[in-house]
Design a protein around this ligand. Structure first.
Ligand code: MN
Length: 416
C-alpha cells in the first residue's frame, strides 16, 4: 500500500499554495548542509535531513544502516521497491503526526539554507527517442515527410548509450561546445563554437539494482526496478550532430552536458497520475506488450530568460505523449541480457506534443531556424544564445493534489 499518496493527508510543515512538494510528494535528493552532504526530502520549502531522521530511530525495522548519511542515494537505490515504499510511507507518517521540537530543530532546514547536490552517481546513461511527434518532426526536416519515421521506429524503442560523466545538476552553467561542422554548401568541415545550440525537453527515470548479466526484465516487472524520475535537459549541438551522426549516431553533439532537476520524484508518488498511452499500431512484438496504464500525465514547460527579459514560455508539452513507455524501454534495454544497475539513468528522448506550441526543442519550435521565435524584448531566437538561461518545469495535477519536480535551470556561457 502506498499510504503516502493519500490526498487527505495534511502536514504541520508549511506548504505554499501550488507547491510542487506537498506531503504527497516526498521526493529524494542530496543536500549540502554546512559542508556535509546527506540525503534529504522536501516538504513545501523545507528540506528534511533524512540522516538525522535515521539516527532518531524512525526507520527502525525498515533500514538496517544509515544509507542516508552517504553523499549519493546509490546505496538506497540498491535496496528494493518495498523498502523505498516503506521509507516513503514512514516519512509521510512522521510528518502527519506530532514531532518533538528537539528533533524538528535538528532535521528541518529552509530550502534557502541548503545547497542541492547531484542526487546519484550516474552509472550508465541511455537516451531513448520515444516521442512519435518528435521523431516525425525530425524525419520531416532531415529526410522526407512521406517517410518521416524510419522503418524500425514503430517496432523498437530506439535509443543510444550516452555519457554519464557530463550529467550535471540544475544551476550548473555550461559553456557552448566546440566541434566540427559542415557549413551549408561546403564539402569541407570547419572547427569552432557550435552555432545551433539546442535544448531537448525530456524526463529521465532512475533505476534500482537490476538482474545479473544475461537476465532480462519484463514489462510486467519493469516498474519494480524504477525508483523515480527527474526533468532532463539533453543539451544538443545540432550542427555538430548533423555532420557526425552517420553511421553510429550521436557522439560529441550530445555528450558535453545534460542537466537534471535535483529532486527524484518516486514512481510511487506518480502512480495517481498514470494514464493510457497511444494505441500502438502495428502490433508490437510479445516482449514489448504490457498491461495497464503505463504512461504518466506530467505537464512540462520550457522557458528562456536572459539579461534582457524575464522567463518566457516557449513550449508546453506533456510526458503522456510518449509512444513508448518506461516499462517498454526497460524491457527492451534488458531483453538481450544487458544488466541494469542502481543509479542508471534513462532519458525519454525529446517529448513533443501534437502542435508547435508543444514541441520540445528549438530545432522543432523554429523549424530548423526557418521560423524564429520572438522574445519579449523583440529579439529573435532560432537556437539558444550565449547568456540565455533555459528553464524546464514539470508537475502532475489531479483533483486537489499537485506533485511536481521543481525545475532544471541552466545558463549558457560563451565557448571556452
Ligand atoms: Mn536526447
Amino acid at each position: 500500500m502506498i499510504t503516502a499518496n493519500n490526498p487527505a493527508l495534511v502536514t504541520w510543515v508549511p506548504v505554499p499554495e501550488n507547491s510542487d512538494f506537498p506531503i504527497q510528494n516526498i521526493p529524494f535528493g542530496i543536500v549540502d548542509i554546512n559542508g556535509t552532504k546527506v540525503a534529504a526530502t522536501r516538504i513545501g520549502d523545507t528540506a528534511v535531513n533524512l540522516s538525522v531522521l535515521f539516527e532518531s530511530g524512525i526507520f527502525e525495522g525498515i533500514l538496517k544502516y544509515n544509507c542516508f548519511a552517504e553523499e549519493t542515494l546509490n546505496s538506497f537505490l540498491k535496496l528494493n521497491k518495498q523498502t523505498w515504499r516503506a521509507v516513503r510511507n514512514r516519512i509521510s507518517e512522521v510528518f502527519t503526526n506530532e514531532m518533538d521540537e528537539d528533533l524538528k530543530s535538528q532535521c528541518l532546514f529552509s530550502i534557502n539554507n541548503v545547497q542541492m547536490c547531484m542526487p546519484i552517481q550516474v552509472g550508465d546513461y541511455t537516451d531513448f527517442y520515444s516521442s512519435r511527434q518528435h521523431a516525425y518532426n525530425v524525419g520531416c526536416m532531415f529526410r522526407d515527410p512521406n517517410n518521416a519515421l524510419l522503418p524500425n521506429w514503430l517496432h523498437i524503442p530506439v535509443g543510444y548509450h550516452g555519457r554519464a560523466s557530463s550529467i550535471i545538476l540544475s544551476e550548473t552553467p555550461i559553456h557552448r561546445p566546440k566541434g566540427q561542422q559542415l557549413p551549408l554548401g561546403s564539402n569541407e568541415p570547419v572547427f569552432g563554437p557550435c552555432k545551433l545550440l539546442d535544448f531537448e525537453l525530456e524526463m529521465a527515470f532512475i533505476t534500482g539494482e537490476g538482474k545479473p548479466l544475461g537476465d532480462s526484465i519484463s514489462t510486467s516487472e519493469a516498474d519494480d526496478y524504477i525508483f523515480g524520475m527527474v526533468i532532463f535537459n539533453d543539451w544538443s549541438a545540432r550542427d555538430i550532430q548533423k555532420w557526425e551522426y552517420v553511421p553510429l549516431g550521436p557522439f560529441l553533439a550530445k555528450n558535453f552536458a545534460s542537466s537534471i532537476s535535483p529532486w527524484i520524484v518516486t514512481l510511487d508518488a506518480l502512480e495517481p497520475f498514470r494514464c493510457k498511452g497511444e494505441e500502438q499500431e502495428p502490433e508490437v512484438l510479445p516482449y514489448l506488450k504490457y498491461k495497464g496504464n503505463k504512461n504518466i500525465d506530467i505537464n512540462l514547460e520550457v522557458q528562456i530568460t536572459c539579461a534582457d527579459f524575464d522567463a518566457h514560455t516557449v513550449s508546453k508539452s506533456n510526458y503522456k505523449y510518449m509512444y513508448w513507455n518506461m516499462t517498454q524501454q526497460l524491457a527492451h534495454h534488458s531483453v538481450n541480457g544487458c544488466d541494469i544497475h542502481a543509479g542508471d539513468m534513462m532519458a525519454s528522448g525529446t517529448i513533443s506534443g501534437n502542435d508547435e506550441s508543444a514541441y520540445g526543442s528549438m530545432l522543432e519550435l523554429s523549424w530548423k531556424g526557418t521560423k524564429p521565435l520572438t522574445m519579449p524584448d523583440g529579439s529573435e531566437r532560432k537556437f539558444i544564445q550565449d547568456g540565455d538561461t533555459v528553464i524546464m518545469k514539470a508537475h502532475s495535477k489531479k483533483d486537489s493534489v499537485r506533485v511536481g519536480f521543481g525545475e532544471v535551470s541552466t545558463k549558457v556561457l560563451p565557448a571556452k
